[in-house]
Design a protein around this ligand. Structure first.
Ligand SMILES: O=P(O)(O)OC[C@H]1O[C@](O)(COP(=O)(O)O)[C@@H](O)[C@@H]1O
Length: 445
């Protein structure tokens, strides 16, 4: 993939000369002296005023909440010393993630996307979990993946990156304190219609007890940590606004990109998902594939006959980050009852954020964060959102879609993993076993 993005390829715009873009050099970043290349905004912008007014209204929640020189907090201020103080290592990592996501935000809004799609080096690649036509990575998936990988490398803080777009985790740096799992560009099938997309990430500590294991093995085991071990997680929504929402174990906070300054400004400190929403979010064209319990639940709440006596509304963007973001703010349930979404890259980070905001992440039966991943690209049903709504849904018992769970026409593919064993208390997978890989029906758009 590195080769795909080498400077020898002529991209349609300088925007796509990825490797020549000046990432912030790691030696330049010192949180205590960061003003040298990351100066605070000199003037309050419109979004800054909004942030300030929100913060005034919600003052007192969630620690940090720093009141910068202009009366509002940037992400770096909020999580740095004097704010949440997540520690210098995590601060540096976060800075590189936000940098990468700003570049992705520019890419998804670029007029040159369609030209990128025609670039032969970026089309036709299959990666991730033996992608079908529908799941096949889009050129922007590949580019976004590469942008983040470069940024994580430059941070010097990451030992291993496991991405939905790669078959196996990539070992980066023996000394990196963190493991990063991510979906670089979720919802990319919507990109041609300019529908919102997003990046999802989770951060774990490197398991130092595995340091002496072979690289391939420690990369895999570090990436298969249980969601309960997350030290941070977040998503970036690329929509009418670019919003970075993150948690470091003390609440969930969202920051909106101020395009005039390049700062992510705190706009939603200490978010609480309403315990009840009136929205269910699901692809209900699958109604006849659903189990009885799920049908009954949806039929009940849409008629206003559930425990919350109001008729629920349906909303479905088909872009997980966007559907989840709306759910975080308005409540309700964002769901995908078939085993389509990935535990490691999507379900765990988003469940962590949901729980940190007082909500819930479930597979319809169990708490997502308690499910031990046994393979990297493991898929499962996913229900995220309001605590009481998900409790009510689970009470119907039978809510996981078993018919056409992956809308699959199965193929047999070689995949790194399976065969369970336990190494240092971690359920893990060893390589080389034939596995049935889910593939979507071709071209269901
Ligand atoms: O086709 P369905 O079941 O509605 O699934 C849609 C979901 O798939 C996604 O597009 C993710 O799929 P990919 O991981 O294959 O990109 C989500 O953004 C969306 O919520």
């Amino acid at each position: 993939m590195q080769q795909l993005l080498s400077p020898t390829i002529s991209y349609p715009s300088p925007l796509f000369h990825l490797t020549s873009h000046p990432f912030p050099p790691k030696s330049d970043f010192c949180p205590t002296h960061r003003l040298s290349f990351y100066p605070p905004p000199k003037m309050a912008s419109f979004s800054g005023f909004l942030a300030k007014s929100q913060m005034d209204m919600t003052a007192g929640g969630g620690g940090g909440g720093g009141d910068g020189a202009n009366g509002f907090s940037s992400l770096m201020d909020y999580v740095g010393k004097g704010g949440l103080d997540v520690g210098d290592d995590l601060l540096v990592l976060l800075h590189h993630i936000e940098f990468a996501c700003k570049r992705i935000a520019a890419l998804v809004a670029s007029p040159f996307n369609s030209a990128l799609g025609k670039h032969s080096a970026l089309t036709g690649a299959t990666s991730g979990a033996a992608a079908s036509d529908r799941d096949k990575p889009k050129p922007l998936d590949i580019v976004a993946n590469e942008i983040i990988l470069s940024s994580l490398r430059n941070s010097g803080k990451v030992s291993v990156m496991a991405s939905e777009e790669d078959d196996a985790p990539i070992w980066i740096n023996d000394d990196g304190p963190f493991v990063v799992v991510l979906d670089p560009l979720d919802g990319s099938r919507n990109i041609d219609a300019s529908i919102p997309t997003g990046t999802i990430f989770g951060v774990y500590n490197r398991l130092t007890e595995l340091d002496n294991q072979p690289k391939e093995e420690k990369a895999l085991l570090n990436s298969l940590q249980s969601g309960t071990k997350l030290v941070a997680a977040g998503y970036v929504l690329y929509s009418s606004a670019t919003i970075l929402c993150a948690s470091f174990g003390s609440g969930t906070h969202a920051f909106t990109l101020d395009r005039s300054t390049g700062d992510f400004i705190l706009t939603h400190p200490s978010i609480r998902i309403p315990p009840r929403g009136q929205i269910y979010s699901v692809n209900d064209a699958r109604y006849f594939d659903w189990p009885e319990g799920l049908r009954q639940y949806i039929d009940t709440v849409r008629q206003g006959k559930g425990k919350f006596p109001k008729k629920y509304s349906a909303r479905y963007i088909c872009s997980l980050v966007a559907d989840f973001h709306r759910t975080v703010l308005y409540g309700g349930i964002a769901m995908n009852p078939r085993d389509h979404l990935r535990l490691v890259y999507e379900a765990n980070p988003l469940s962590y954020l949901a729980e940190q905001a007082g909500g819930k992440g479930s597979d319809g039966k169990s708490r997502i964060l308690s499910i031990q991943p046994v393979k990297l690209h493991q898929r499962l049903p996913l229900f995220l959102g309001s605590l009481e709504d998900i409790d009510e849904l689970e009470s119907y018992g039978d809510v996981q879609q078993k018919v056409n769970p992956g809308n699959r026409g199965s193929v047999t593919a070689k995949c790194a993993v399976i065969k369970m064993s336990t190494v240092m208390g971690i359920e893990c997978c060893q390589k080389s076993m034939e596995e049935q890989i889910d593939t979507d029906y071709p071209k269901v758009h």
